[in-house]
Design a protein around this ligand. Structure first.
Ligand code: GAF
Length: 398
């Protein structure tokens, strides 16, 4: 059963007929990691997998929320939008509701059921998909009139204040603005972006999921952000126009290397270089110069692993395994790090043997059955009125 039908059916069985069903996708990122919160550039795209919500008003002063995949129901009082214990899935729901209320959406009581087919913890950002799917669904259910940027920013608000990760905007942006067959080059400072045709001639992007998610991910993420800010505060003394690492050149950074701890210098150097790589990668993608694109992708991994130190042995192993395969042009860890996926640029005709070989090697090394996906680029967040979308949909088990 398709995911939208599944959540509609679950909502109907538990609470009643859905009014709106929303869907928002996970994302990939070709290059530009940890650049978004430094006001830099990113090159993400939405995928064809994500999170769906079915929603209906319930005329009560509470929200009844059902997590289909966890088989768990929670109740949220409309006047009790406090965060629950750290890591609880309900915090995503509460965070999005607070963000929408702050933007003037008049929320009433409602019921929801949600489910996902984006692999959890795979670094394809299921949490942004969840936030943006709910935000768009509630926006329609309560006629909030919010823009696509409002949806993305509401998701980011929930992440910052209710999940505890001071993330950039890349994931929620990609989940909201994604467009089939396009990647997006986003300037995270100006919020301007362009859709770049995604037409990999003879190549495919393949994700290899390590199936590990090391627990230090969110604390290390916030620490990296602070280290970048530290670098900026040092450099600002020499040039007051510097607001973020986006404004810093390698020359300036090198000139002041001795004034900062080595770790701060390495973090900053990675970000400055990665920003340059995004610009180059975008040009190489458009020019169908995949050899050069692949080299930039490998260089990104080097930086993430050695300078930014957000990789882990599983991700490094998967990247190393590609080095002697001449049909793989580039590979790197993707997303925040410490687990999740690698993204690989692979010759189309070799995709199956690539997956077979790398899975066997990974299992031998770590005893974990890796998962692989060939990337299909999809559209961003959307919501449809369910009765209109599915006039003849029969809830026969009700
Ligand atoms: C996570 C964050 F949510 C993004 O904002 C981004 O910083 C990414 O890590 C690293 O590029 O996905």
């Amino acid at each position: 059963m398709k995911i939208k039908e599944l959540v509609a059916k679950e909502l109907n069985q538990r609470f009643g007929q859905p009014e709106w069903v929303s869907f928002s996708p996970g994302r990939i990122n070709i290059i530009g990691e940890h650049t978004d919160y430094n006001d830099g550039f990113v090159l993400p795209a939405a995928v064809d997998k994500g999170i769906a919500f079915a929603l209906r008003k319930n005329g009560q002063d509470q929200v009844r929320a059902y997590a289909v995949d966890l088989k768990e129901e929670q109740t949220i009082g409309l006047n009790d939008l406090q965060a629950r214990s750290h890591g609880h899935w309900v915090n995503y729901i509460i965070g999005v509701m607070v963000a929408l209320k702050d933007r003037g959406v008049k929320l009433e009581g409602y019921d929801l059921a949600f489910s996902g087919n984006v692999p959890l913890g795979a670094g394809m950002f299921s949490s942004a998909a969840l936030e943006c799917s709910l935000a768009e669904g509630l926006n329609q259910l309560f006629e909030g009139g919010l823009s696509t940027w409002d949806i993305a920013l509401s998701g980011q608000y929930a992440e910052h204040h209710y999940v505890g990760v001071k993330c950039g905007i890349m994931d929620q942006f990609a989940s909201s603005f994604g467009k089939e067959n396009f990647v997006m080059k986003l300037d995270c400072r100006s919020k301007e972006f362009e859709y770049v045709p995604f037409d990999l001639r003879g190549y495919k992007l393949v994700l290899c999921n390590t199936k590990v998610a090391h627990s230090l991910a969110s604390s290390a993420y916030n620490t990296r952000r602070e280290q970048c800010e530290k670098g900026v505060s040092i450099l600002k003394q020499y040039d007051s126009s510097i607001e973020s690492l986006r404004d810093v050149s390698m020359e300036l950074l090198q000139a002041h290397q001795s004034e900062m701890e080595e770790v701060i210098y390495q973090r900053c150097a990675y970000v400055v270089e990665e920003n340059n790589r995004v610009q180059q990668a975008c040009e190489r993608l458009v020019a169908h110069d995949y050899d050069a694109l692949g080299k930039l992708i490998y260089a990104s991994h080097e930086g993430l692993s050695k300078q930014y130190e957000v990789s882990c042995s599983e991700l490094d192993f998967l990247v190393e395994q590609t080095r002697n395969k001449d049909y793989v042009l580039g590979a790197r860890m993707m997303g925040g790090g410490f687990g999740g996926c690698t993204i690989n640029l692979v010759e189309e005709s070799q995709v199956s043997s690539f997956i077979e070989e790398i899975s066997a090697a990974y299992e031998k090394e770590f005893g974990i059955a890796m998962e692989a996906y060939t990337v299909v680029i999809g559209n961003g967040a959307e919501a449809t009125e369910w009765a209109v979308e599915q006039p003849n949909f029969a809830f026969d088990e009700h």
